[in-house]
Design a protein around this ligand. Structure first.
Ligand SMILES: [Zn+2]
Length: 171
């Protein structure tokens, strides 16, 4: 189990100007963390996501494949669905998506399909990560849309939440 725990990693982009955006980034990441805890309470792997447009939250989701009996019910997908319904558009062109964990390949593909402008995530997922760890789907030159990616926001808290979840399941 320890091997699994260390698969979530703290990284940050040294070139990113945290001093400018850190308050706003942390605020939305805290909301994503709150959602992740909702998932954990229901026995789901704790991952949370929010979609914002113009500094306003328009979509929320937590990882819930068990509750929905749906393998695609990842936090990012649910948050994007809610956001698209809210704004009445399947494209989320000016949106930012905040997620506690690096999105998987499926979610990274959905970010590109939705033309999401920016992705902010907390911890890397070394096993399934689709934007940095295993693949780079969301800002690939091979695709027609590239998502701006920021990582490492509240990474320690995002990792800690996952670590505690798996530790508790082991007991
Ligand atoms: Zn996913």
């Amino acid at each position: 189990m320890f091997a699994f725990v260390v698969n979530f990693q703290l990284r940050h982009d040294a070139s990113f100007p945290y001093y400018k955006l850190v308050n706003c980034e942390e605020r939305f990441m805290r909301e994503a963390l709150r959602l992740a805890r909702e998932g954990a309470a229901g026995g789901e792997v704790p991952v949370g996501a929010v979609v914002t447009i113009g500094g306003e939250v328009v979509g929320r989701g937590w990882n819930a494949p068990i509750a929905h009996q749906d393998p695609t019910a990842h936090a990012e997908i649910l948050a994007m669905r809610e956001a698209a319904l809210r704004i009445g558009n399947y494209r989320l062109e000016s949106a930012s998506l905040y997620c506690t964990l690096e999105p998987c390949v499926m979610c990274a593909g959905a970010l590109v399909a939705a033309r999401v402008s920016r992705l902010v995530f907390g911890a890397r997922d070394l096993r399934f990560g689709g934007v940095r760890s295993k693949f780079r789907v969301a800002d690939s030159d091979l695709l027609n849309h590239s998502v701006e990616i920021v990582e490492g926001v509240l990474a320690a808290e995002c990792v800690e939440l996952l670590r505690r979840f798996f530790e508790a399941r082991r007991d």
